[in-house]
Design a protein around this ligand. Structure first.
Ligand code: RIB
Length: 299
């Protein structure tokens, strides 16, 4: 069983389904409100745990009902929560999501996630350093991520950074990361002036560029390779990227080759969009394996 440490955000997602988004100064009626666990960190932790990894979450929640909901959900999913701090005087992170016209738009209020600092990392370090992979995203302070990456590099630990939402990562930090998983837009901001081929063939960290339903591009031994995605009916794409990251981390930590791990993660991400909520559709291992087998037989 692979061991994964996720240092990142815990948010409660408040998702409103509506026919369309309101314009500035306009009010529209929503169809329903769904309150569910989310946050890129917690989502990636749950995705990896459902696929069989032993996962530790390191983060912060507020001393409120949303914080309790996040801790309960993580524990129910089998994610270790010993290093999720409960802070008083600050709210648990929330994401305010509009699901309309076939896509989502999200405003995140960081709350307690902004308090994930070096002390939180130090308290968990003995566990973090025993893991096969460390997963990071951009919903906790950038300085904390930098601290983790430097410490991990000193001990030659594998780190995967999902650079979402986009923030500029210092070159010195980027060079120390094992895998980075930007979407096309984030990749262009992260590596300004470089072509796709140049981004994918950089010698330092392995770039896995997600290109929506088209799949994922990465630099293989003989140049850029594409691993196609799976076409499935869409209910809610929220958390699909997180499912990809959690699944890839779980698979590659088990020793799967990068190409196979990307295909595995593409299947998990495709399955995740069939239900509402970031974690609602995240699959278990057997579902991913069944999809991979069926699609192989189809092709
Ligand atoms: O990636 C999806 C996640 O982004 C949501 O669960 C929401 O919490 C935001 O952080």
């Amino acid at each position: 069983m692979s061991r994964i440490a996720v240092i990142g955000s815990c948010n409660v997602d408040l998702t409103v389904e509506a026919d369309r988004r309101p314009g500035a100064g306009e009010t529209v009626m929503g169809r329903r409100l769904v309150i569910s666990p989310g946050g890129k960190g917690a989502n990636q932790a749950v995705a990896a745990a459902r696929l069989g990894a032993d996962v530790w979450m390191v983060g912060c929640v507020g001393d409120d009902a949303n914080g309790r909901m996040m801790l309960d959900t993580l524990a129910r999913e089998g994610v270790h929560t010993d290093y999720v701090k409960v802070l008083s005087g600050v709210t648990t992170g929330t994401a305010h999501i509009t699901l309309a016209e076939g896509d989502n738009s999200i405003i995140v209020v960081k709350g307690a996630n902004d308090r994930v600092d070096e002390a939180c990392v130090d308290a968990a370090w003995e566990t973090i350093r025993s893991c096969d992979m460390i997963l990071l995203q951009h919903e906790i302070p950038l300085a904390t991520n930098g601290y983790i990456v430097r410490r991990a590099a000193e001990e030659r630990l594998s780190v995967l950074l999902n650079p979402a939402p986009f923030e500029e990562v210092p070159a010195e930090i980027l060079e120390k990361i094992t895998y980075v998983t930007p979407n096309e837009h984030e990749a262009a901001l992260m590596f300004p002036g470089l072509s796709r081929e140049e981004i994918l063939s950089r010698p330092a960290c392995t770039v896995l560029m997600t290109v929506g339903a088209d799949g994922v591009l990465f630099g293989g031994e003989e140049g850029p390779e594409t691993v196609p995605g799976f076409t499935v009916p869409v209910v809610d794409t929220t958390g699909a990227g997180d499912t990809f990251n959690g699944a890839f981390a779980a698979a590659v930590s088990e020793g799967m080759a990068v190409r196979d791990a990307v295909r595995f993660a593409n299947a998990a991400a495709a399955l995740s969009i069939g239900k509402i909520g970031a974690q609602g559709g995240m699959p278990r291992r057997a579902e991913v394996e069944e999809m991979l087998t069926c699609r192989k037989q189809e092709s």
